[in-house]
Write a protein that binds this ligand. Structure first.
Ligand SMILES: [Zn+2]
Ligand SMILES: [Zn+2]
Length: 241
């Protein structure tokens, strides 16, 4: 469709079905494609540097581990989180993940790719991208995996292979409904490797939408390492603190 016709068509559609920002509900410009207004997009806050060298949590000085990583160790080699799980971003992720607002995938995928563009060490030397899987029962109900959508966008933007390397074999309770202590054990043994031939000897980048305690990423990384992965790095769109 030519641009003038596209503008007219969109304006007509929006007269009948006006577009509103998914986060603040303000009316949007008819040509808006992201589904959120510029003000809300501007309120998505980067996870502030410097980051813990292991889990990506903000720390006071460069080259340090956070207090938690000083005490415990994760199975992954390093994790980064691009933005803070707060305000407009929290609302957008919620709409994307639980309410099926797939139109928001453009802005969320764009945001995670923008962070990689500024932090190239995340992908340098990575052989393969994968993502945190959902249990089949949950996936059937929802029909999409938000982490898989983010991983596919990164794969296409940075021309790197993506593969579903893990399966979730138990339909566990949702991590966000549990206490901190329950979260730490809820996922034990929940994942299994899907393709050992691809995992063996590979440097893998594991994608998820939100990191809170790091338990999900840790369990997935443990599974990948026990199947022969050399290095497992993690990247999430947001960090809940
Ligand atoms: Zn807005
Ligand atoms: Zn840490």
């Amino acid at each position: 469709m030519s641009r003038p016709i596209a503008v007219i068509t969109r304006n007509l559609i929006n007269l009948v079905y006006p577009l509103h920002c998914a986060a603040c509900k303000i009316a949007l410009d008819p040509m808006n494609r992201s589904g959120i207004c510029l003000s809300c997009e501007g309120k998505i806050k980067r996870n502030p540097k410097p980051y813990c060298l292991r889990c990506g949590r903000p720390v006071h000085s460069d080259g340090k581990l956070c207090e938690e990583c000083e005490r415990t160790s994760f199975a992954f080699d390093r994790a980064w989180s691009a933005y803070l799980y707060d305000g407009a971003l929290k609302e957008l992720i919620h709409l994307f993940k639980y309410r099926g607002k797939l139109a928001l995938s453009g802005v969320l995928c764009g945001k995670i790719c923008e962070f990689i563009d500024d932090t190239r060490e995340i992908i340098d030397g990575v052989d393969l991208i994968t993502f945190v899987p959902l249990h089949r029962g949950w996936l059937n109900e929802k029909e999409f995996n938000q982490s898989g959508i983010l991983a596919a966008a990164i794969s296409s933007k940075f021309r790197m292979p993506v593969s579903r390397l893990l399966e979730k074999r138990v339909n566990t309770r949702r991590q966000n409904e549990l206490s901190r202590d329950e979260r730490l054990t809820n996922l034990t043994g929940a994942f299994k490797p899907k393709d050992n031939a691809l995992i063996g000897g590979a440097n893998i980048l594991l994608i998820d939408d939100v990191m809170t305690t790091g338990t999900t990423l840790n369990e997935c990384a443990k599974t990948l390492k026990s199947a022969g992965a050399v290095e497992v790095r993690c990247l999430t769109l947001a960090r809940g603190l």
